[in-house]
Design a protein. Structure first.
Ligand code: CO
Length: 172
């Protein structure tokens, strides 16, 4: 990044030497370059902050059955499908349920909600956080505040997946 800025400055200097540039034009150019640099830096800082990596594969598995996090903290869960299969046949999502929600009943209902990305519209009050459904090679993320201390169920709500694809989020 610094190198390209130096080259830009050098190019401007050459133009000035040739006598076709005023001091005012030079300042405008420098301001424009700064504006393009700043957002890129801010973005990379936001991604690193409190991120948890969760993966799922073509064998219908999460790579973690237990996720330990700090109660009350805001986290970003980055969810990656490491397989190759299309989301229509091996779709995965991450759904975190509130305490006391019947996992089996929720799963049955979610399987029928294909038009809503397997998130039933009348169950949203039972969900603490969820991602969209992704296919092989895709990555998505969800930002949420970890609930109060306790153990919470998470699952993939794609039809028939929760039998294998489920785990516990432990807020400590
Ligand atoms: Co799945």
């Amino acid at each position: 990044m610094r190198k390209s800025l130096n080259i830009t400055a050098l190019a401007l200097a050459v133009v000035c030497v040739l006598g076709s540039c005023s001091g005012g034009q030079n300042e405008n150019k420098a301001t424009a370059v700064d504006n393009t640099v700043e957002p890129a830096v801010a973005k990379s800082e936001a991604v690193d902050e409190n991120a948890i990596q969760l993966e799922a594969n073509d064998q219908m598995q999460f790579n973690m059955q237990e996720i330990k996090v700090k109660a009350g903290e805001e986290i970003t869960l980055v969810f990656k499908h490491t397989g190759k299969m299309d989301k229509s046949i091996m779709g995965h999502n991450f759904v975190l349920l509130k305490k006391g929600v019947d996992l089996a009943a929720f799963t049955q209902k979610a399987a029928l909600a294909k038009d809503h990305d397997y998130i039933p519209a009348d169950e949203t009050s039972n969900i603490l956080a969820h991602t969209k459904v992704i296919g092989g090679g895709e990555t998505t993320s969800v930002k949420f505040t970890v609930p109060a201390q306790g153990t919470y169920d998470f699952l993939c709500s794609f039809p028939a997946h929760a039998a294998l694809m489920k785990g516990k989020l432990i807020a400590e």
